[in-house]
Design a protein around this ligand. Structure first.
Ligand SMILES: Nc1ncnc2c1ncn2[C@@H]1O[C@H](COP(=O)(O)OP(=O)(O)O)[C@@H](O)[C@H]1O
Ligand SMILES: [Mg+2]
Length: 277
């Protein structure tokens, strides 16, 4: 297997009000092609920063990253944007990520307009195709973000991330803002899309359940350091690192919550969250 994303000795130091924060402190890992690497850790442990540094959305203090073998560090401007277009990002707050004045169709057409030559009929067709892929039938196309549920908005976010046909998606807390029942639907959609398009995922979550459900490999971050990394079934079931053990032990038991692995895409969900076909 080959690495779709390689992160090497990544360091990011922020200076704020005269004090220095080592947000990322020498992190190295690989996302193998066609697999999901789950990055877990408490809020503020540096998960988002390491992902942003990896895609060079934030300039790292030091360290290097490669997408499909190609180093981002030496690239500037157009070349950097071209390599970055082979990746897509999905964020935590799906409603806020969308322009409230654009219809769903326009929101999905936007990255296509920016990053591809598609116009007119071809643009409309590819937009429909993307809507279809994320399970949003035609009726949603003309709606505005506030007319959709959170789960539906996140489907739009996923369609936008897929617009340039990337091989790698960075999913930063993709379901953290969603109801538990809707979380499982979105995670299952992501699983299907990954298989269908041979995608690789860097999944970031503070939720151990989500990472366990989705990941082949898992990494645990603490204070900017990757303290443990290995097969998800080992790391998140029988952790060797004392910090991971505490993280697992501290997992909140949500009263009445259905474990993710017991949820199916067709399980009972509130009707407003059902995807119309
Ligand atoms: N733009 C920034 N300026 C200053 N400090 C930042 C900035 N972004 C993040 N940090 C700090 O870096 C650390 C890691 O943050 P972050 O990567 O967002 O963690 P996580 O995604 O794991 O919650 C935190 O201490 C945070 O306050
Ligand atoms: Mg974060």
């Amino acid at each position: 297997m080959s690495a779709m994303l390689t992160v090497e000795k990544m360091v990011k130091v922020y200076t704020a009000h005269g004090s220095r924060v080592r947000a990322v402190d020498g992190v190295s890992f690989e996302v193998e092609a066609g697999t999901t690497f789950g990055l877990v850790g408490e809020s503020g442990s540096g998960k988002s920063t390491v992902a942003r540094c990896a895609l060079r959305l934030v300039e790292p203090t030091s360290g290097e990253s490669r997408i499909d073998g190609q180093a981002l560090g030496p690239l500037r401007g157009r070349a950097l944007r071209a390599l970055r277009a082979r990746t897509g990002m999905v964020f935590q707050n799906p409603v806020a990520a969308l322009n409230p004045r654009l219809t769903i169709e326009q929101s999905i057409a936007e990255p296509l307009r920016t990053h591809t030559e598609l116009r007119g009929q071809a643009l409309a067709q590819r937009t429909r195709e993307l809507l279809d892929e994320v399970g949003l039938a035609g009726a949603h196309a003309e709606r505005l973000p506030h007319q959709l549920s959170g789960g539906q908005c996140q489907r739009v976010g996923i369609a936008r991330a897929l617009a340039t046909r990337p091989k790698l998606l960075v999913l930063d807390e993709p379901t953290s803002a969603l109801d538990v029942s809707v979380q499982a639907q979105v995670l299952n959609l992501l699983q299907e899309l990954r298989r269908e398009h041979s995608l690789s995922y860097l999944l970031i979550s503070h939720d151990l359940d989500v990472v366990r459900y989705m990941s082949d490999t898992a990494g645990v971050m603490r204070n900017g350091v990757l303290v443990e990394v290995g097969p998800a079934s080992d790391v998140l079931v029988n952790p060797t690192h004392e910090y991971t053990q505490r993280l697992l032990a501290a997992m909140p038991e949500t009263p009445g919550a259905v474990p993710l692995h017991e949820l199916r895409p067709d399980s009972t969900v509130p009707s407003e969250n059902r995807i119309l076909s």
